[in-house]
Design a protein around this ligand. Sequence first.
Ligand code: NAD
Length: 364
Amino acid sequence: MSNTISRKDFLVRAGSALAVSAIGFPSIILPQNNEKLGVALVGLGYYSTNILAPGLQQTEHCELRGIVTGSPEKIPVWQEKYGIPDASVYNYETMHEIANNDDIDVVYIVLPNNMHAEYSIIGANAGKHVWCEKPMAMNVEECRAMIDATEKNGVQLTIGYRMQHEPNTQTIIKYGEEETYGRITAIRSGGGFRANHEPDNWRAVKEMGGGALYDMGVYPINAARYSSGMEPVAVRAKQWSVREDIYSDCDEYTDFDLEFPNGLTMEGKCSFGNGMNYLDIDCSDGWYRLRPFLSYSGVRGATSDGTILAPDPGHQQARQMDNDALAIKNGTNPTAPGEEGLRDVRIVQAIMDSSRLDGQWMQL
Ligand code: NAD
């Protein structure tokens, strides 16, 4: 080996410095706290290109160092724009070789939903921490396989639930915990937009995890869980499509009701047919709401006593990735671990089952 030390050795040595500093040199600079984690984006579609890569230019605790892509024409563009060396460029067949790349600490899976499990597991088996986009996977079995792979390899698995890192969302989570406006009596939440996918786009293809429920439904489902702090016990749902020429294979619309153990109910909606973006919470002593509640920016809130929750100006995904990087560096639990994604996917599956059974209540 050359006279440079690898990043792993550096982190180990830095760890020893930390041990010394804790004993006798409190003012010593702790290099591992300044060391950014290297992130490889896996899948260079819309979200990686327009949101995550720019976000990684603003992060303090991690940075973009690698790419995994099946589109050769994208490679020079990304290399030039972000200074990515040849040694950190992979395709889906060579991705496992990332195991030998000390510059990469995290793989961030930003692929069509049916590819999340396979590539998360390849990343985990390569010894890399895994960040995976929502929805975590197609079904609970895939989610469990992802959790098992990351546990076996001693790496973290984190789901890209950006709202859980958003300040106004965190404020309303606290309202729920502290019963600031009393006991929650009803939750209503919907997420949707007027989509115009080509019929062969993966978001319109059932086997690839297409449909409004996988894409948008996880937002109101996750919101019901984080705002109430409870797990639902039953669900009923209806799924349908109006534009059968595009969404013949999967849902354009899903309506669902969740029931919680204390009798609380949540009315959820998601859609590829029309825009909706609200999280409304009624309580015994008032109400609060976030509108919009799932946008990349501009999430704002209002409450029954006139409190305004003004939008946070920061880059939402940069905050999410920094929090997730800090959890890895500090060895603490991430905000949204794999189990969090699994719980939502279990509800997604029950919603699809209920719809097939004409809206029958399904126990969770
Ligand atoms: P996209 O269609 O723009 O990109 C998908 C990428 O996967 C493309 O680069 C494509 O080339 C690649 N790919 C590899 N194999 C493919 C195959 N067999 N078929 C189709 N594409 C293939 O999608 P996107 O909007 O970037 O979404 C990617 C993931 O990120 C999804 O899981 C989505 O739910 C998630 N996402 C999350 C958010 C969020 O706010 N958290 C926002 C957008 C997307």
